[in-house]
Design a protein around this ligand. Structure first.
Ligand code: DSN
Length: 421
């Protein structure tokens, strides 16, 4: 196994010396890492605390119960399931619990910033269910709420999904609520990206307005890779659209069963322990300061790029991320991702709304500040990174050596160790 540990070391070096701008990534604390790498990985625990199909679960029962209670406290929700292995698994369990194959779902278009599991034809969600989409307005880059309502009214979907992978503005959950009530749809909020900001009150809160909430735990929430499902206190009749009686307790059982045994086997108790650690960290005031800085850094980032003539989709950001439309700079997302990678600045190419390129090429890149903010970067450092990005794209276009620039990037990042939490 020497080769594997050598490669892990190499990845650690890569993570230390580069500027990580992938909006869905972060650096976890040593405590989260220790829990995720603990001997809990040895334990089978199919079922739920105090209702397991295996012996020897006394300790993991306590751990999972702490994770559930901390998550409930963090988001002020009444129900929490911490077993989904990922955000996609959380969404698949919700669909399994609430929909029949062939039911209609209305989600945010992937090519406008949505997620694969919100009805993309290449994903199970677009194959098992009948997907419809809303998007952003071409002029403003903001969600076209009226268009969403029109599709909802004409198609009467069983479920409406709010949430995105690449949308920089906040969500009007009350508008979605009104439309869901108007057409009798269940309302799901997938807050995988902004969950840390929502937990600290820095964005609109979907808990009281949406029937079910899903999230990942490894993005702004800064935990291990995984997913969760939640329901808020005001949850009344989730299956009302089917005219069945529903209440929170009944729906909790249906959702729990949809995770296990419906779509997963044994829970990853080492990851659940790491989730518990991360939820504990996220309840602290330090985490509020962190999320506040993530937002400030993202906003500062867009201002710096706009000043250099870059086109920021939706004209700015309310959260931790944003898209740059590179068409005005005559470079594709694919080439930009490559050029920035050459100087150890990591981003992902991303479709922009109304893109003219294929998903393999794209016209944009997505940028996020959760990871660099964890490392301690603030506004003045963001200005340096904006400069690095502009210079790297220039050097790429002119086919010039990037070595000096890469050295500057690495020299700066050495000052921000990844294991300081
Ligand atoms: N692929 C993730 C992201 O980068 O946003 C979402 O699943």
């Amino acid at each position: 196994n020497h080769d594997i540990f050598e490669l892990i070391k190499k990845e650690e070096e890569r993570q230390c010396q580069g500027v990580e701008l992938i909006a869905s990534e972060n650096y976890v604390s040593q405590d989260v890492l220790s829990a995720a790498g603990s001997i809990l990985t040895n334990k089978y625990a199919e079922g739920y605390p105090n209702k397991r199909y295996y012996g020897g679960c006394e300790v993991v029962d306590e751990i999972e119960s702490i994770a559930i209670n901390r998550l409930k406290q963090l988001f002020n929700v009444e129900y929490a399931n911490v077993q989904p292995h990922s955000g996609s698994q959380a969404n698949s369990a919700v669909y399994l619990a609430c929909l029949k194959p062939g039911d209609k779902i209305l989600g945010f278009d992937l090519s406008h910033g949505g997620h694969l599991t919100h009805g993309s034809p290449v994903n199970f969600s677009g194959k098992l269910y009948k997907p419809y989409f809303y998007g952003v307005s071409k002029e403003s880059g903001l969600i076209d709420y009226e268009q969403m309502r029109q599709v909802a009214v004409s198609e009467k979907p069983q479920m409406i999904i709010c949430g995105a992978s690449a949308y920089s503005r906040d969500w009007d959950y009350s508008f979605f609520r009104k439309v869901a009530d108007e057409v009798g749809a269940l309302l799901l909020a997938d807050i995988s990206h902004p969950s840390g900001l929502i937990a600290k009150g820095l964005l609109q809160d979907p808990v009281m307005l949406c029937d079910i909430i899903t999230s990942t735990t490894h993005k702004t929430l800064r935990g291990p890779r995984g997913g969760v499902i939640m329901m808020g206190k005001d949850f009344k009749n989730p299956l009302g659209y089917k005219n069945k009686k529903g209440d929170l307790k009944m729906m909790s059982t249906i959702l729990d069963s949809a995770v296990f045994p419906g779509s997963q086997g044994g829970p990853l108790e080492h990851i659940i322990a790491a989730k518990a650690v991360a939820f504990g960290e996220a309840t602290s005031d330090n985490f509020f300061q962190y999320m506040w800085q993530v937002k400030k850094n993202a906003s500062h980032f867009t201002n710096g790029l706009v000043n250099l003539g870059y086109d920021v989709v939706s004209r700015g950001t309310d959260n931790h991320c944003f898209l740059i439309d590179l068409r005005s700079k005559n470079i594709t997302g694919k080439d930009a991702e490559f050029a920035l990678g050459q100087v150890d600045v990591t981003v992902n190419k991303n479709m922009v709304p109304f893109d003219t390129q294929s998903p393999f090429v794209t016209s944009g890149i997505r940028i996020g500040t959760p990871a660099i903010t964890t490392r301690g970067l603030i506004e003045k450092d963001i200005e340096s990174i904006v400069g690095f990005i502009d210079e790297a794209l220039y050097l790429h276009k002119k086919n010039k050596s990037v070595k000096i620039l890469r050295d500057r990037v690495n020299k700066m990042m050495v000052k921000f160790p990844i294991f300081k939490l």
